[in-house]
Design a binder for this molecule. Structure first.
Ligand code: AMP
Length: 189
């Protein structure tokens, strides 16, 4: 299975992507995790992206596309979390997958209001102290989601492969709805 999971920060994407990865035995490819690991390692890439992550800005498209190209070349199936965030990234992903003849099976959109997303991110800031969970960075990340990533959401909706899931339900109910959607895809519904 090749699955994309979309939704604003705080929609529960990471949590649900992990559950999908486990249930469908596919790797969880999370660009935010890859970038945070690079920062923690103190690598050259980490040094380059650290201030961008702290502000809640987006890492340049060409850098992200290069990272994903390398990572996906190794995998047959995946659940991709945090990418694509811009139209340029979505176009690059689609052409990458087309080149290798492995299209996406499903795109899951976790829908939550800005109020719920902000509340969850603030709670996570208190619990984990992530550098990009400062109030300014949270506002910036949600703004960029609406400005740029929602175009990606529209792109996959138009392609007819997107399933909308209410992300404000309990974690278990969200996962049940995702499983339902993925079973529909597998059954060709
Ligand atoms: P996340 O954990 O997905 O919320 O990502 C954390 C941060 O990593 C984001 O706020 C961006 O700074 C950066 N990032 C992750 N994925 C991407 C992407 N596809 N394009 C640009 N920046 C990204």
């Amino acid at each position: 299975m090749r699955i994309l999971i979309l939704g604003p920060q705080g929609s529960g994407k990471g949590t649900q992507a992990k559950r999908i990865a486990e249930a469908y035995d596919v790797p969880h490819v999370a660009t935010g995790d890859i970038l945070r690991a690079a920062v923690a390692d103190g690598s050259e890439l980490g040094g380059q992206v650290r201030p961008i992550l702290e502000r809640g800005d987006l890492v340049p498209d060409d850098l992200m596309v290069g990272l994903i190209r390398e990572r996906l070349a190794e995998e047959d199936g995946f659940v991709l979390d945090g990418f694509p965030r811009t139209m340029a990234q979505a176009e690059a992903l689609d052409s990458m997958l087309e080149d290798i003849g492995k299209p996406l099976d499903a795109v899951i959109l976790l829908q939550v209001s800005d109020e719920v997303a902000t509340g969850r991110l603030r709670a996570r800031a208190a619990a984990e102290g992530r550098a990009d969970d400062s109030p300014e960075a949270i506002r910036n990340r949600l703004r960029l989601y609406h400005e740029l990533t929602e175009l990606v959401v529209d792109r996959y909706a138009l392609a007819g492969i997107e399933v909308i899931v209410d992300g404000e339900q309990t974690m278990d109910d969200v996962f049940a709805a995702i499983q339902d959607a993925l079973e529909g895809v597998a059954a060709g519904r």
